[in-house]
Design a protein around this ligand. Structure first.
Ligand SMILES: [Zn+2]
Length: 128
């Protein structure tokens, strides 16, 4: 149980966030939950590394934590960050970083958490 919670706490926060928006919790609470979701998906969720191997057309399947992170090979970490920043080969990029529905979902959480945090900050400004 402890290990499962440590690996997947972000999904609990996601559930809390959904409840938070639908039950209209205090916006600062929602903002904190949103940021938690983004940080979890970007830096902690268990994923495949996804960097391109030395042969140039297979992808690294080592464990990594977070959609922005690579495995323990330092070169892979840089490669992934470079892919995300440069976006030079868009097709390869999405195949490498989001090979499965699970990875796409995690990327969606990273972006969704960020948008949710922004919304929690902007909504009170708009509604006064
Ligand atoms: Zn790797």
């Amino acid at each position: 149980m402890g290990k499962v919670v440590r690996l997947y706490w972000g999904y609990i926060v996601v559930a809390a966030l959904v409840v938070g928006w639908s039950q209209r919790w205090a916006l600062p609470v929602i903002a904190v939950l949103s940021i938690g979701v983004s940080i979890y998906a970007a830096f902690q969720v268990p994923v495949w590394c996804g960097a391109v191997n030395r042969d140039g057309h297979t992808y690294c399947r080592n464990n990594a934590y977070g959609v922005l992170m690579g495995c323990s090979k330092r070169q892979h970490r840089w490669q992934k960050i470079k892919m995300i920043v440069m976006r030079s080969k868009a097709g390869d990029f999405s195949r490498a970083v989001f090979p499965t529905a699970k990875e796409k979902f995690n990327a969606f959480l990273a972006v969704g958490g960020l948008l949710s945090a922004i919304a929690a900050v902007i909504v009170p400004v708009i509604t006064g």
